[in-house]
Every structure is written in C-alpha cells, then in structure tokens.
Design a protein around this ligand. Structure first.
Ligand SMILES: Cc1cc2nc3c(=O)[nH]c(=O)nc-3n(C[C@H](O)[C@H](O)[C@H](O)COP(=O)(O)OP(=O)(O)OC[C@H]3O[C@@H](n4cnc5c(N)ncnc54)[C@H](O)[C@@H]3O)c2cc1C
Length: 246
C-alpha cells in the first residue's frame, strides 16, 4: 500500500512537471491564469497532488523540481526515536541502500535522517548509468551487486519494476592510452565475472550505426550494463526496507 502511494506520488510529480514545462513553453506570461484553471479542473477530478503542485509558488521556470516537491510533499515527522541501533544520515541512494541492506541483515532499529527529502541531493541529478568496469575492485563489486539487485532481485521482492534498462554500456577511446586503460578494465572485469569486449571502430559501428567512428581508436563494450531511474530505484529500496521491518 505504501509502495503504491509512493509510486502514485512519483507519477503525479512527473505529470505536474510535464504540464508545468508545457505551459511555460506554450503560454509564457499567461501561465499563471492557465495553471489556476488546470488546478481547479484537477481538483474536481480529485488529483490533488498534481493540483497542489501546479499552484505551488515554487513551480516557476527557474526552480529545480525538487524544491517544489519539498514544499508540497514532505510531511515532517511529529517525533523521532530517542534511541536507535544505527542512524543513517542522508536519504540519497547510498543512505537508502544502506538502510535496505541493514534491514535485510535483520537490523530493525535503524533510523534514516534526511534534512530535506529523499533524493534531494546528487541522486536527483544522476544520469543513472550502471557501468561496472571501474578502476578499483571495491567500486566494481558494489556496482555488480547493484546491478544484481536491479536485474534479479527487486522486481521479484516488490512486484515493481525498478526502472532498470539493460541496454549495454559502450565506453569510447579516442586515444591509444585510453584504449589500453579499457583493456586493463576488461581484464579486471573478467576476475569478477563481468563480460566485456574491446571493439574496433568498425565493430562499434555495427553495434551502434548512428555513431561516427572515424576518430576512434576503439571502444569497451559491456553488454550487461545499463541505466536506471535513480529516484524510482531509491523509493523502491526505501519502501522495501519499511516493509521488511514492519
Ligand atoms: C550530473 C551527474 C550525473 C551523474 N551520473 C551518474 C551516473 O550516470 N552513474 C553513477 O553511478 N553516478 C552518477 N553520478 C554520481 C551519483 O549521482 C552520486 O554518486 C550519488 O547520487 C551519491 O549518492 P549519495 O547518497 O552519496 O548522495 P546524495 O544523493 O547527495 O544524498 C545525500 C543526502 O544527504 C542529505 N544530507 C546532507 N547533509 C545532511 C544532514 N546533515 N542531515 C541530514 N541529511 C543530510 C542531503 O539532503 C541528501 O539528500 C552523477 C552525478 C551527477 C551530479
């Protein structure tokens, strides 16, 4: 139920931003009046979340979306626990992932403190690329585990698709040195069971015909990588943690 409410909130946020951007682009100065009209209609349709977002004073062209989310949707808890076994500070992807893993390990007395609202930090801005071939073992293992959660675990646990798209990753080398670095990453990846291939410019062109490969030395292709919607991912693991301990 909580998950469904969260998903509805994310969905309504998205719709409201789209409407807001459309109105700004189409009507400029008349936007306020049109927003008021839309807002009344939405209220009548009982889509209160979208409606309140549209009338929010923060919904201006210059505002970052999460600022309007902040003012509308965050309900300040009336109390916080006096004690906890673990206190996590920060509700970005790292904090929520820590919460998820601790609860799966059996910790139930865990508190996550967020000064703003979940995803309010860097996590909101990320492009969401899951690229596992990094230059150190720890990063590789964390990313490999994240990919495993997205690909094999979360949908089964929650019934909600986490927004994971396994479209593969392609890293481009425009110098010999960079290509050598990619060969090294491919070797490290092998040690962790991550499939990857060094492709020549013509092989790259076959894989991705839209790319101009005339100035490339080659690419590193990792078919198991992909992208994820970071906010959706965060809400799923946050809600799942809550389900586990309640
Ligand atoms: C433009 C851009 C693109 C990116 N693209 C990618 C990508 O494609 N792939 C990738 O893997 N990474 C990418 N990253 C990096 C990735 O976004 C970050 O590594 C990740 O989001 C960091 O998460 P976090 O939880 O550590 O921090 P944050 O998401 O910043 O979360 C920290 C949270 O802590 C809260 N907080 C801070 N201080 C306090 C306090 N005192 N009390 C309570 N709460 C507090 C903040 O409000 C915030 O919500 C990108 C980053 C940027 C900026």
């Amino acid at each position: 139920m909580i998950l469904r409410e969260r998903m509805l909130k994310i969905f309504s946020s998205l719709i409201s931003y789209l409407i807001n951007d459309f109105l700004i682009a189409q009507f400029g100065a008349k936007k306020k009046f049109i927003m008021f009209r839309c807002s009344s209609i939405l209220k009548r349709l009982n889509l209160a979340t979208i409606s309140s977002r549209l009338t929010s004073s923060n919904a201006t062209p210059s505002s970052v979306p999460y600022k309007s989310l902040k003012s509308d949707d965050v309900s300040t808890p009336t109390s916080i626990p006096q004690s906890a076994d673990v206190v996590i500070i920060g509700g970005g992807i790292i904090g929520c992932s820590t919460l998820y893993h601790l609860t799966k390990l059996g910790c139930t007395n865990v508190v996550l403190l967020e000064k703003d609202q979940l995803t309010a930090g860097t996590t909101w801005h990320t492009a969401g690329l899951i690229w596992r071939l990094r230059p150190n073992d720890t990063d590789i293992q964390i990313l490999n585990h994240t990919r495993h959660l997205l690909n094999d675990v979360l949908e089964e646990e929650t019934g909600v698709h986490p927004g994971w798209i396994n479209n593969g990753g392609l890293f481009i080398a425009n110098s010999k040195e960079r290509l050598n670095e990619y060969k090294r990453l491919m070797t490290i990846g092998k040690a962790f069971g991550i499939e990857s291939h060094i492709l020549s410019p013509s092989e790259t062109k076959k894989l991705y015909p839209l790319m101009n490969v005339s100035d490339l030395y080659g690419t590193l292709y990792s078919p198991g990588d992909g992208t994820v919607d970071p906010a959706g991912f965060l809400y799923i693991i946050g809600s799942r943690s809550h389900e586990i301990w309640s």
